[in-house]
Design a protein around this ligand. Structure first.
Ligand code: SF4
Length: 269
């Protein structure tokens, strides 16, 4: 495993993600990788009362830290493992993803073998993740692009790119969107990218960090404008935990929620 970055320090020259005009990478970066986000309107322009939404961050973060504590970033798996694991995780749960990933690692000695594996066999190996007919060719395509561009099955070069270029490069891979890009950069490399998964999307809408109608893809740059970059990882983990423990999808346990006084959903109920 090659985990490259060990702290949340922004690389020298990295723009502050608090600055919305710099934040939205695809608006300031030429369409270098044909990023699907590149031609879209800056999501921050779709958000009303951004200052009021930002003002919720500190008290909510403090309450969630009291409740769940702080977790320092540590690299759990390298960038390649994180990326392929993310592709397997699309439209399934963690258990199925982990089963499929373990089977993949057991069946093949390296990424080269996965890339050139018999497609039918690979599809069968990753079947526990669901949508295996789509995910198997997607994985082989991604591996091919990585090898063609990097000359090896290794994406550690993302650690040295600007955060905008790293996001755009990942988003240029077929089947990789802003969530997967942010997970890889945040989890494998400790880079300032805020992943918005299903729990975070739900909880953030209820609290009022993001508007109800904002898409999950657009929620990424908005959350990155609200949360300080050095707290992305911690706050991401805390919101997921809160979504699992308290702010359930069907029946949120508002009566025992430590952040109810900051929550728009609770206030409107
Ligand atoms: S008050 Fe209810 S809806 Fe709001 S964050 Fe807490 S559990 Fe979720």
């Amino acid at each position: 495993m090659s985990c490259r970055k060990t702290s949340w320090q922004l690389p020298k020259g990295e723009p502050s993600l608090q600055n919305s005009s710099v934040l939205y990478a695809c608006d300031v970066t030429p369409d270098r990788y044909n990023c699907p986000m590149a031609k879209r309107k800056d999501p921050l322009e779709k958000v009303d009362n951004l200052d009021a939404r930002k003002a919720k961050y500190l008290p909510v973060a403090a309450a969630l830290t009291d409740e769940y504590g702080l977790l320092d970033w540590s690299c759990q798996q390298d960038g390649m493992d994180e990326l392929i694991s993310c592709i397997l995780s699309q439209s399934t749960n963690d258990t199925n993803r982990d089963r499929a990933f373990a089977r993949l690692k057991e069946a093949y000695p390296d990424w080269e073998a996965v890339r050139f594996a018999d497609l039918e066999e690979l599809t069968d190996v990753i079947r526990p993740a669901g949508l295996a007919n789509q995910k198997a060719p997607r994985i082989q395509n991604v591996l091919g692009v990585i090898y063609d561009e990097a000359g090896q099955y290794n994406i550690d070069f993302l650690s040295d790119q600007s955060i905008e270029d790293a996001k755009n490069w990942l988003c240029s891979l077929r089947g990789v969107g802003p969530k997967t890009a942010a997970i890889v950069l945040c989890f494998a490399y400790g880079r300032p990218a805020f992943p918005v998964d299903t729990h975070i999307y739900r909880v953030s809408k209820r609290i009022g960090f993001i508007p109800d109608k904002l898409s999950a893809n657009d929620a990424h740059p908005v959350m990155e404008a609200i949360v300080p970059p050095e707290a992305y990882y911690q706050f991401h983990i805390q919101l997921i935990q809160h979504g699992r423990d308290t702010c359930h999808a069907r029946k949120p346990a508002c009566e025992r929620c430590p952040i109810s006084k900051y929550c728009d959903f609770f206030a409107a109920d």
